[in-house]
Design a protein around this ligand. Structure first.
Ligand code: FRU
Length: 565
């Protein structure tokens, strides 16, 4: 299954054409200026990740128009990122104070390697670039943001650094898809401004023009992040192609250091908008009739669930409990650190919500995790999904090592989309997580052995051990223990595990009953395991030298492997 993003966003085998060297004007031992010339559409900036950030101020007509932090190459180039050239701009570049800089910065590799080009085409040559998972065309990605469905298209924005593959310069990248599998790059939705970087947030389709931007306007609520965090809004009146920031930003402020990630939804029960955001280790709930003026209603979280880290990226939705007509509310609470296997993870609470206050129905000490892998974070759902579905996507990484995973031109992918639901087990209500129905259509013909990308369907009749491996002895072993009611995944010898001490691990999930069918989705650097009935999900990254192409089964299991188209 080809990700159309790759063909649409241009690549790294740049057709160099006329190669024009830049001529920096050196101002001091740490400071240079570069006047941009019209020698190409882009200036390729050479990045060397082990360096410190150079601080680039973009000046035009004597005004500061942008600031960018980028680890410009001093000794060698790891990869390039494109800077779109606007005539008349000056890049005012201050390198970090660093005792290594002896002699003139004139000798830095970046000046020889910076080049103008008209074409910037990414290539999918990196072996860990997933095929059917959403990834940024290049650069760094974390949380999924501003997800909405409209006119047959799923829109997915994301925390994006377009100027390197590590966390910096947070903007909202934007992709769209008609099937949740093939993603097309869209123009950048939001870039940093004087109010700060653009942190996480959400989107709604304003069907009744409550905000006054027009009927069916797409309204984004996001966090503007500087020393403190405030909430801002932007809107689109062309179906999500372009976004305009609201001139009255910020629309919500507080005297709290961690105050971010607004998720907004229309609450039909009270005929009002609700906003939920993360505030320290609580979730704060607001109401509004126009998406601009927000009234604080209540805080949830003190003493409930896990508090091993900061609460982030909330979501709140109403769903029916499977097999009944009863409706309950699911409050999603991402937490970092504090996850069951270290670092980031998604916990959730089930309860009631009257539009003003969320009441958790479980005892305060009960903690429920949505996914028992190590690489599942910042989970949120699409606004306006068809047929009342709750479709979630999570960022497939972990803050413990996200900046170190062994990819270069891009860093991080999102999980496959998942359909969420609720089910009861042993007197508690849990969140069910299934691969989105769109994944069924992707299943191709049965194949003899696992491949770089495939779906493996395990039929279980009792205890079993399933190993995926390659000829180098790299392997991932999964163990189902029926009596214990657990499913484990061991990636300690899965391939490259050395980039972080926090990476090698065994993750373990409670199965909440017997497992009869497990679906494994493999895509170059990830394995996502799902109980077919949704009672268990586990998402883990793996970096094998070569794809696992053998499967070994011990115990009461059978496997069928399918190509994914
Ligand atoms: C979660 C998070 C959010 C924040 C964003 C910044 O991963 O820390 O809370 O808005 O990332 O990139």
């Amino acid at each position: 299954m080809k990700n159309t993003l790759f063909t649409l966003v241009p690549a790294f085998a740049f057709a160099m054409g006329a190669w024009a060297q830049v001529s920096p004007e050196i101002l001091s031992e740490r400071h240079a200026m570069l006047r941009l010339e019209h020698n190409g559409k882009y200036l390729l900036l050479p990045v060397e990740e082990k360096q410190e950030n150079a601080h680039i101020r973009v000046v035009k007509d004597n005004q500061l128009v942008n600031t960018i932090n980028c680890r410009l190459a001093v000794d060698k180039v790891d990869y390039y990122v494109p800077y779109e050239v606007h005539e008349g701009e000056i890049l005012d570049i201050a390198f970090a104070a660093n005792s290594r800089y002896t002699g003139s910065i004139k000798g830095f590799t970046c000046w020889n390697k910076m080049q103008y080009t008209d074409e910037f085409t990414e290539k999918t040559t990196e072996k860990y670039r997933p095929d059917y998972h959403h990834t940024p065309g290049y650069g760094w990605m974390n949380d999924p943001n501003g997800m909405f469905y409209k006119d047959g298209k799923w829109h997915l924005c994301y925390q994006w650094n377009p100027y390197a593959s590590y966390w910096e310069n947070l903007s909202w990248g934007h992709s769209s898809s008609t099937d949740l599998l093939h993603w097309t790059a869209e123009p950048t939705a939001l870039v940093p401004d004087a109010l700060g970087m653009i942190f996480s947030g959400s989107a709604v389709v304003d069907k009744e023009n409550t905000a006054g931007f027009g009927k069916d306007a797409i309204v984004l609520l996001y966090t503007s992040a500087r020393e403190r965090q405030t909430q801002s809004m932007a809107y689109s009146t062309d179906g999500g192609k372009t976004f305009t920031k609201y001139s009255g930003n910020p629309i919500l402020t507080a005297d709290i250091p961690d105050f971010r990630d607004p998720k907004v939804f229309w609450n039909e029960d009270i005929k009002c908008w609700n906003l939920i955001l993360a505030s320290g280790q609580e979730m704060w709930i607001y109401t509004s009739s126009n998406l601009r003026d927000w009234k604080f209603e209540s805080a949830f979280g003190r003493n409930y669930g896990n508090h091993g880290g900061v609460w982030e990226c909330p979501d709140l939705m109403k769903m029916k409990v499977a097999g009944s007509e009863e409706e309950k509310w699911l409050l999603i609470c991402n937490i970092n650190p504090g996850g069951p296997f270290g670092g980031s993870a998604t916990q959730y609470f089930v309860g009631s919500f009257d539009g003003h206050e969320f009441k958790c129905e479980s005892a305060p000490e009960v903690t429920k995790w949505m996914d028992y892998g190590k690489d599942h974070y910042a989970t949120v759902t699409f606004d306006n999904a068809p047929d009342g579905r709750c479709v979630a996507i999570a960022w497939m990484s972990n803050w413990q090592y996200a900046n170190q995973v062994p990819t270069l031109q891009f860093r991080s992918a999102n999980t496959i989309a998942r359909d969420l639901g609720l089910y009861s087990y042993n007197g508690e209500t849990y969140c069910s997580v299934k691969p989105a129905v769109e994944m069924d259509a992707a299943r191709g013909k049965q194949i003899a052995a696992p491949a770089a990308r495939c779906e493996i369907v395990l039929t279980l009749k009792g205890d079993a051990q399933i190993t995926l491996k390659n000829k180098h002895g790299e392997r991932v072993t999964m163990v189902y223990d029926e009596e214990e009611g657990t499913f484990d995944m061991d990636r300690r010898r899965s391939g490259n595990v050395s980039f972080s001490d926090a990476f090698p691990c065994v993750t373990s999930a409670p199965t909440n009953g017997k497992l009869r069918q497990v679906r494994l989705f493999v895509d170059r650097c990830s394995i996502e395991a799902f109980d077919a009935d949704g009672k268990m999900a586990m998402t883990n990254l793996v970096f094998p030298t070569e794809p696992y192409n053998r499967i070994e089964i011990k115990g009461k299991a059978k496997a069928k492997v399918y190509a994914l188209q």
